[in-house]
Design a protein around this ligand. Structure first.
Ligand code: ZN
Length: 271
């Protein structure tokens, strides 16, 4: 029989109150196979020590979150962003993360078309460093409610266009159901993305949502057709992890080990 928890990955941000060591321990004990590490959880120990801890644990590092935030109002800030992305690439290599998820960035007051141009230029500028390190860069389109300050890439179509223009096997896309479930062209664009789909994030959308950032819910508790979207990414050739990424003030206030058990149940029943 296949393991019902096969391909389950949890983002360290999902269990935000846990340190990296606690998350590694908690996931391993719960039978979770994969971990996506957020840089803020990496920072206290440093990438080198974290890499050793992760290798020891037997967990598979699925990705590092996150790079990006390329657009800026000044040339100096754009250069700073490139340096930070190169540092993230080095960290990913240290912890054996095959890819970095890019939250591409947006700046209030900066025209969206200009922001998108700066994003493509930014990815192109750090791409040689990523290729040399063997780390892929994955463009994650964000829900349009974040177009003001987090990402000017708001549809999978836009992300696919960027992948096409960058034309490198080291650049692909992340499909996060929370950000793209509403898109009438989603099925078409998932098929268009095909093998360039590098990762797949799951959670659910609460109705009504009480907070634009930290009110995500467990799979099955909202209105996203997760299984249908999963069937599309699998038809497109994706065979990787289903990464549970839930930002929730409500859940972060609870016992995290019990939350992981709830995640396992929702993963089996609703993803
Ligand atoms: Zn995501």
């Amino acid at each position: 029989m296949t393991n019902p928890l096969s391909h389950l990955c949890i983002h360290t941000m999902t269990t935000k109150p846990w340190s990296l060591a606690q998350a590694i321990d908690g996931y391993a004990k719960a039978g979770v196979e994969g971990i996506t590490v957020w840089r803020q959880h990496l920072a206290p120990a440093g990438a080198k020590a974290a890499g050793a801890m992760l290798r020891e644990s037997g967990l598979k590092v699925v990705s590092l979150c996150r790079g990006g935030f390329f657009p800026a109002l000044t040339r100096a800030d754009r250069r700073k962003a490139l340096d930070d992305n190169r540092a993230a690439i080095d960290e990913a290599a240290e912890i054996d993360a095959p890819l970095i998820v890019l939250v591409c960035g947006a700046v209030p007051g900066l025209d969206l078309a200009e922001a998108r141009k700066q994003i493509v230029e930014g990815i192109a500028a750090v791409l040689p460093h990523a290729e040399e390190a063997g780390v892929k860069l994955s463009i994650e389109p964000l829900h349009p409610m974040y177009a003001d300050a987090r990402s000017a890439v708001n549809t999978l179509e836009e992300a696919n266009n960027m992948v096409d223009s960058l034309a490198s096997p080291s650049v692909g896309v992340t499909v996060d159901v929370y950000h793209v479930w509403w898109d009438p062209h989603l099925e078409r664009e998932i098929h268009r993305a095909g093998r360039s789909i590098l990762s797949f994030h799951i959670c659910d959308w609460r109705t009504p949502t009480r907070d634009m950032l930290n009110d995500r819910v467990l799979m099955g508790e909202g209105c996203i057709p997760i299984r249908r979207i999963r069937s599309w990414v699998e038809q497109a050739g994706f065979r990787g992890f289903r990464e549970v990424e839930i930002f929730s003030d409500e859940r972060w206030a609870q016992d995290q080990a019990r939350f992981v058990e709830d995640i396992k149940r929702a993963y089996v029943e609703h993803s």
